[in-house]
Design a binder for this molecule. Sequence first.
Ligand SMILES: [Zn+2]
Length: 157
Amino acid sequence: MNEETIASLKQRTLEAFPQVPPPNFEEITFHGCEECDGVRNDFKDVAWWMASDKLVYANFGQLPLFTPKAYHYYLPAYIFCSFVQRDHDTVIEYLIYSWSPSSDSSKAFWAQRRAILTDEQKELVRDILRAVIEDESLVYHHKDAERGLRFYSGKEA
Ligand SMILES: [Zn+2]
């Protein structure tokens, strides 16, 4: 992704996600295992635009642990973090996973989260996936990104 594309996607993320207060502590994750407690403690009282890249990066694999509400709320923080240049493109990888489920059970799980995104936010997700597909350095994610485009185009249940 070139700098212009990234700047434009960042701007649209800012426009698409309102700066509202974070979810309550008990709304961040569902239950009390060690992992869920860790996520809950890490994100407690953290507004999405204040979530540091370090915080998000430390929790890149925890997207499935968020409640739908918290997933929706912290999505822009993960999107911003995914544009930070690193040796590994882990954050974008896990974002794409959350947008491109393949099994029936994971489709139902992620469709519940997709359902609360606004049309503008869904369009942003599709454009990020399109930018991934145009990026040769992200070739390993192209297949998943294409499946995500279908999932977010409403062509798949
Ligand atoms: Zn848990």
